[in-house]
Design a protein. Sequence first.
Length: 133
Amino acid sequence: GCFWCGAYMYVLFDDMGVDARLDLGVKNPLLVASWFGDASKIVYRQGKGNPRVGVLPRKGDVGRMFFSHIEMYNGDDWVKDIGRRKAKFGGGNTGGGTGIHGVHITERPLSNVQFIANWISPYYSKLKEKDAK
């Protein structure tokens, strides 16, 4: 099945001109698990920190919460967020503390965040390399 939050994430990337399936290689972007199946993309794992030394979560990376929910990291300083134990994420099909489901930016406790994967920054790095040639 399709998760509303996964569909929203697909649309966000599409609005940036990035096809998550074709450009990033996410097998089925409508399924939350598809965004986190490639271990080489994981930059944060709850309880274990960062498995990729030197690569910190950045704005535009995707976070998995509650086993079946995905949102986009919207913070500016991951080190500061770790210290505060919370970070801003934007997503669809979330109440955002309002009690009304929709599209919201929410400050999430990091205890809710299971994984963060960085698909977008490596993609843009490849584009820059291609443009430099």
